[in-house]
Write a protein that binds this ligand. Sequence first.
Ligand code: ZN
Length: 295
Amino acid sequence: MAATADPDIAELARAARAHLARHRPLVAPGQAPRWPQGARIAVNVTADFDAMLLRRLLNEPPMQLAKGEFGGRVGIWRLLDLFAAHRIPATIFTPGRICELYPDALRAAVAAGHELADHMWEHHVPRDRQLELDHLGRTGAALERIAGHRPVGTRSAHTPSLLAAAGFLYTSHDCAAHLPYYLTDTEGAHTLLNLPFHYALDDAMFYSFAWLGSANPAQRITDTDRVLEMWWDAFRQQYAAGGYLNIVLHPFVSGRAQRIDMLDALFTRMKTLPGVWFATCEAVARHCLATHPRS
Ligand SMILES: [Zn+2]
């Protein structure tokens, strides 16, 4: 038995070593990053402004597209109001085409001090390298026309070398750790800071009914009180350890009334504790790059 497992274990060991070489933590295991003004935790509130683009990509029927549109017509505005009420600077990961669909909401986000970051052109990364470059350039230009500058962050599987060449500082796509870390591509040539998210803190995992045409058992509309307690527990654990939290929202998911209420309650609770640094992903990334440069 052992003899037949040995080659598999050797292969797993090689994979583990390769993973370690590509993922560099900011601080030694068990230590916490240093945040500005002695904060205990950095919190990135992020919103993936997919609206109907993601659903269109999957050729979903009009009723599902309309659910996505709710995000652009109502959800994003409710989130912007909520962020303003709590003075929370957020990062809006924005597909380039959203600039054509909902430019007013994006202008309002920028005017309120939020960050616009790349979330692909039409919510997918083309396999063809030249087309991918074209999509990345189009999104950058579209976001620049609204924000006044090119994005420095992405939530996508865009090729690291293209991102590096386009001046990106960070990605928020990989989820190999609970703290930010340096992520190097498989060629070992390009490194970006990764601000990790996880599906345990992603609204779509709790609230998405008919999520991407999923089968009946996958349907979920979790009680908002339950999500509030789960997310609060996650926050408390990271707060106690001295850490980082990346909350993933979607305007078409969290923009629903009772979910806005739940986020209001969550942010209110978080703010009762001292040393919580709410910041855009860009601010956290620039801080990490300056304070914990890649060794
Ligand atoms: Zn998305």
